[in-house]
Design a protein around this ligand. Structure first.
Ligand code: SAM
Length: 936
């Protein structure tokens, strides 16, 4: 029997809910526990589990209605979640779903369906539930004979086990990385612990901070003689290049706080090679001037603040042998090191809350020295106890090698100033010693949170509209060394403590176990996984940043866990090793589920080819795809490496392939074609329902998914074994039959998506013409990612798109306009169709000298006639004459098609961001009118 998710899924509403959850930023339920990359939206996990549990009936409309009720995503449910800004129900219902959500609670933050909704749900499903856990229990018993167990073998930040447990499933989470294990354990046992546990944690954190505050006040390292207390410290690196008499402090900007109009100026001091900072409150004009010129690092060069014509390459300053490597006991740069460090600004606050910025004076520098002394006195003990890190940084990592190269840092504690180490170490010391496992976990997570928010990699960010502040280390998914950075005094660290959303659920049937997914022996009814993507995040390296702080404590609290990121076992890359590991892992998971169990694999990737690879992997692992849905889960800001990332997450639903039937390519093609068309039609229908969710990437991914759905039913294809095919050694450009089918699906998808208004003329066009028009179509809808233009080209089989692109920037790709093409493919041209083949090689296909296929196309001639119209100041005569001369009698057969194309091009100039088209669109409109009135 099929489940709901294998027949339908409310993609549009779920995308809107996922987007809302993502946009909630720090108030997402799990983010307050600690940093992890790629957490999946909880609403998506909830919907997936319920969709896998709920049986599909023969009334899909009713199924959908009930499913939405369970999630409080039906009309009554959203009204129930309305926070009250809109008082009138009719007004509320008239809004689009996304608009309604703006003022709604998230489903996770309300009780759940109303009693009336439960009555309808139970009537349809034959259950007697009054809450989600009861429903889960009853549906689970029906299918599996017990409470369903949901497992995630790549649990990361814990979204999947957490949500599974919250709605009443037994949950299992595992990850290679112990940092991920800790976060998942915490999500289940701290959040799941309910009010009592959360109150205990709150009291614990308060007590630790109060004790730390007493100690820091006694040391006198954050207070000054005016009765003020420091609220932020800002440091910078400085260098003394050869030929320069003084150290140059480095920063890309000397604006300290644009909101409070504060900048730093540097002054020379007679007889000293140290410049003196002067903190000043300035006028708007001075602020503007500082922003324009006040920078001592420009394009990787150090610029003399007193003579901007003098600059030195930073690379060269590091020297040919590189920087001196710091040793474990180096806490600050040594005399003679290329990069020195200095405090240059402090923000003070008095007891009335008044704030001011000041350059450090002698007493501040004395306090800095005292901090260093206090730290040195404790350093060895604290390292031994594990209150501060002692581990070395792995040298050859993709993320970590720059720490060696750019700063000479060799140990994780080098990423922290003495003040940071002293404060964090003090807090760790004061929190230690509890026999309570939960509180020990709180301590570790807090150490991780402090490390993220307070390191030499925490930048100082000036704002126009609010006071400046220090940001966290992992603003993006990299370990970037900085020239200037912030440091937090104790009170500012209170904001970095873990925060717990108010939750309560049964956490007795949950289990977390860090393990390589290959070795898992646990059985689950559903495996829901979100494997590491082919190139995106180096989890094992970034995780080490935190592991360095957890190390010794982890050994005490979870002695059975391996305290190493075990980089060598991490699934990564996209080559042979990646595929082998993945097949092995998914085979293992398939073996550890019942025959009627289900899997969901979530995958967000910019490159659909990688996704196609994943499909093959799952196929080879003995799984068959039964459905695939694309949900928009990523907000713009989440695409950390902004660029060609896809905003949709593909959710592939899989079952065990119990019987292995043979498949034959010639039978498979028509099935794939039908499935792709069906899938696209269902997405288009949703888009047209007033809730647009899909971009071109989503459609393309859906095409791949549809092909997989057909292919993975079979155990062999034309007698070839899948696993053998996945690992077969091939020449660079050689494709497997499987890849060919999958790419064919993309072709079908590309061809099914006809730009609106071109339906009639589409069949007449060649592939390269279709490509050009589809590319314009996506451009007019705001798509600028180069990968999308390339992917389209793949779908249409166009091998060289360069002559058609005005710009091929990664995030600024655009097609040529007719006038723009004049300088390239369109000129020179005298009229005859065959002239096109005489185009010089420069404009032909790269390297081949052959003409570009677009050059000989009727569309090119049509574009030339538009250009002629523009050149003749919108007189359509030369353009019309050109077409008649070029096509002779053929002109009359083509005329209707030309008019349709011209009218379509005429509309482009009205689209947002298509200003470049305004002139040519107007010419197209005029020419279309002239052609319409043309008579033999
Ligand atoms: C995309 S993340 C999962 C995110 C998670 N679904 C969430 O919502 O937070 C992928 C995870 O796979 C883990 N991983 C990598 N190789 C692994 C392996 N061989 N076994 C188990 N986990 C592995 C990484 O540590 C990472 O946490």
């Amino acid at each position: 029997m099929s489940t709901f998710i294998e027949t339908q899924f409310p993609i549009a509403r779920l995308s809107a809910e996922s987007y809302k959850e993502r946009k909630a930023g720090a108030s997402q339920t799990l983010t307050g526990l600690g940093k992890w990359w790629g957490r999946k939206p909880l609403i998506l996990v909830r919907a997936s589990i319920l969709g896998m549990l709920m049986p599909a009936s023969d009334n899909p409309k009713k199924d959908r209605e009930i499913f939405l009720k369970i999630l409080t995503m039906d009309d009554n449910g959203t009204w129930q979640r309305n926070k009250g800004r809109i008082k009138n129900r009719a007004t509320f219902d008239a809004l689009t779903y996304a608009e309604r959500l703006k003022d709604c609670e998230r489903p996770e933050n309300i009780e759940g369906p109303t009693t009336a909704a439960w009555a309808e749900i139970n009537a349809h499903l034959g259950t007697t539930a009054t809450c989600l856990p009861e429903l889960v229990e009853q549906l689970g018993h029906r299918t599996f004979g017990h409470t369903p167990r949901v497992g995630d073998a790549f649990c990361g930040g814990g979204s999947i086990p957490f949500e599974a447990a919250r709605i009443g499933c037994a949950a299992f989470g595992s990850d290679l990385n112990p940092v991920a294990g800790l976060l998942t354990w915490a999500s289940l046992n701290l959040l799941g612990g309910g009010n009592e546990v959360q109150e205990e944690i709150r009291r614990f954190q308060e007590a630790v901070f109060a004790a730390a505050d007493r100690q820091i006040t006694e040391w006198g390292i954050e207070h000054n003689h005016r009765g003020e207390r420091a609220e932020a410290y800002v440091y910078c690196v400085e260098v003394k290049p050869d030929g320069c008499d003084y150290y140059i402090p480095l920063s890309p900007s000397w604006v300290v706080d644009e909101y409070m109009k504060v900048i730093v100026r540097w002054r020379q001091v007679p007889e000293s090679d140290c410049l003196k900072p002067e903190v000043a409150v300035v006028s708007n004009a001075e602020m503007a001037e500082c922003k324009r010129t006040g920078s001592t690092v420009v394009d990787s060069r150090v610029v003399d603040p007193f003579d901007s014509s003098r600059s030195w390459s930073i690379e060269a300053l590091r020297g040919s042998d590189g920087l001196r490597r710091w040793t474990n006991d180096d806490l600050v740069p040594r005399k003679g090191d290329v990069f020195q460090e200095r405090l240059y600004c402090i923000r003070w606050m008095d007891s009335d809350g008044n704030r001011r910025y000041a350059a450090p004076d002698a007493t501040d520098l004395a306090r800095e020295a005292k901090v260093l002394k206090l730290l040195r006195e404790r350093f060895s003990d604290w390292q031994r106890e594990g209150f501060i890190p002692s581990k070395a940084i792995p040298e050859s990592g993709a993320e970590t090698d720059r720490l060696f190269r750019e700063r000479g840092w060799t140990h994780w504690h080098h990423l922290f100033t003495p003040r940071q180490l002293l404060t964090h170490g003090l807090l760790a010391n004061l929190s230690s010693g509890s026999q309570n496992r939960r509180l020990s976990v709180v301590t570790m997570l807090n150490m991780g949170r402090f490390a993220d928010w307070d390191s030499r990699l925490s930048c100082w960010l000036s704002h126009k509209s609010q006071m400046s502040r220090g940001k966290n280390t992992f603003l993006n998914q990299a370990l970037n060394t900085l020239f200037n950075y912030s440091s937090r005094p104790l009170l500012a660290l209170t904001h970095a403590q873990i925060s717990l959303a108010n939750q309560s659920f049964d956490c007795t049937r949950v289990e977390v176990k860090p393990s390589d997914a290959r070795d898992l022996g646990e059985t689950c009814d559903f495996w829901i996984t979100d494997p590491p993507y082919a190139d995106a995040v180096n989890y094992h390296e970034l995780g080490d940043f935190f592991l360095a702080w957890y190390d010794r404590q982890l050994a005490k609290v979870f002695p059975e866990w391996i305290r190493d990121a075990r980089a060598e076992l991490a699934v990564r890359g996209d080559g042979e090793d990646f595929r082998r590991s993945m097949v092995e892992i998914y085979k293992n998971l398939a073996q550890h589920m019942p025959d009627n169990g289900l899997q969901m694999v979530m995958f967000t990737h910019q490159d659909p080819a990688v996704w196609a690879d994943l499909g093959m992997i799952l196929w080879a692992a003995g799984l068959k795809a039964t459905a695939a849905w694309t949900i928009s889960t990523e907000t713009e800001a989440v695409g950390i490496k902004k660029g060609n990332y896809v905003q949709g997450t593909v959710c592939l639903v899989l079952r065990k392939r119990v019987a292995s039937e043979p498949g034959f390519l010639d039978e498979v093609y028509p099935l794939v074609e039908d499935e792709v068309k069906r899938q696209i039609a269902s997405m288009q229908a949703l888009d047209e329902d007033g809730e647009p969710n899909f971009n071109d990437a989503d459609y393309q991914l859906a095409a791949y998914a549809a092909a997989l759905k057909v292919l993975t039913q079979y155990g062999t294809l034309d007698g070839k074994d899948v696993e053998h095919e996945v690992f077969a050694v091939r020449a660079r450009d050689e494709k497997s039959d499987f890849q060919t089918v999958i790419e064919r699906a993309l072709g079908i998808a590309c061809d099914t998506l006809v730009p609106r208004g071109l339906d009639h003329s589409w069949r007449e066009l060649s592939l390269v013409e279709r490509y050009y028009l589809r590319a314009l179509d996506i451009e007019s809808r705001g798509e600028r990612r180069k990968g999308m233009y390339e992917e389209l080209a793949r779908g249409f089989g166009v091998t060289d798109i360069r002559p058609l692109l005005k710009s091929d920037k990664a995030n600024g790709t655009r097609m040529f306009t007719p006038s723009g093409l004049a300088a390239g493919l369109l000129a020179p041209i005298q009229g005859a169709e065959s002239d096109a083949t005489a185009l010089p090689a420069r404009r032909g296909r790269a390297g081949t000298g052959a003409p570009h296929p677009f050059a000989a196309s009727p569309l090119r001639h049509l574009m030339f006639s538009i250009r002629e119209t523009t050149a003749a100041e919108n007189s359509p005569e030369p353009g019309r004459q050109y077409l008649r001369d070029t096509f002779g009698q053929g002109y009359w057969g083509k005329r209707e098609g030309f008019i349709a194309l011209l009218e379509w091009l005429a509309a482009l100039g009205n689209a947002e961001g298509m200003n470049e088209w305004i002139t040519d669109s107007e010419a197209s409109r005029i020419l279309a009118g002239r052609l319409r009135n043309d008579h033999a």
